[in-house]
Design a protein around this ligand. Structure first.
Ligand SMILES: C[S@@+](CC[C@H](N)C(=O)[O-])C[C@H]1O[C@@H](n2cnc3c(N)ncnc32)[C@H](O)[C@@H]1O
Length: 197
């Protein structure tokens, strides 16, 4: 799916993910000096924002074209061609690991989140965001067009996981990365939902 040129990606999803990156980095509390891993970095929308903040940044993505683009765009950072499920860093190497618009594409999201947790120090941050399956108008327009052209065809994404807030919260809850009983968690989540409108 991501065997496309970096510029094609930038012209499509990049327009959205570049604007999302600062909001997501704020949500995760990323500041200068932190060691931060961008998982599923793509062409670097979030990676660039992390670098701009003065974080000590590393990135991973399984797409060779995106990894080549990242090497060219951000030559100072460590970039690995690897999926979330097999991160090539030692335990507790980072203060935070982030995945922007990646969860639904992982072959094994629980394994990917376990790896994101493994490489973060105790007390650090593991964070992910995904677009809302129904609410992302740019993608909903494509699904409507597909359906109009071939009504018998199911929307290709319909069976994919981790596109709702509830499913992501449940996944993170399984790893004890959030505690839904904790009022502080709800306060942060409500603040971010407000930022995103
Ligand atoms: C929608 S793009 C998001 C890219 C970037 N994070 C952004 O916000 O623009 C999804 C990314 O997930 C990557 N990806 C696919 N499978 C993955 C996996 N198993 N582990 C990590 N990343 C994966 C793709 O190569 C692609 O770069």
């Amino acid at each position: 799916m991501f065997n496309v040129s970096d510029t094609a990606y930038d012209n499509f999803m990049g327009r959205f993910s570049n604007r999302l990156a600062p909001l997501f980095a704020d949500f995760a509390g990323i500041a200068a000096g932190q060691r931060v891993l961008d998982v599923g970095a793509g062409t670097g929308a979030l990676t660039s924002e992390l670098v701009r903040r003065g974080a000590d940044v590393a990135a991973a993505d399984p797409s060779p074209t995106f990894v080549a683009a990242l090497h060219k765009r951000l030559p100072g950072i460590s970039v690995h061609e690897s999926p979330a499920e097999q991160l090539p860093w030692p335990d507790e190497a980072f203060d935070a690991s982030l995945a922007q618009l990646v969860l639904t594409f992982m072959r094994d999201a629980p394994a990917g989140v376990a790896e994101m947790r493994r490489v973060v120090r105790s007390g650090g941050v593991v964070a992910a965001c995904m677009w809302d399956f129904e609410g992302m108008e740019m993608l909903a327009a494509i699904r409507r067009t597909q359906h109009a052209l071939d009504p018998s065809r199911e929307a290709p994404e319909a069976g994919q996981l981790y596109r709702s807030r509830e499913s992501i919260e449940a996944l993170f809850g399984d790893f004890r990365l959030i505690d839904p009983a904790d009022p502080a968690w709800h306060a942060v989540r409500d603040e971010v939902m407000g930022l995103l409108g």
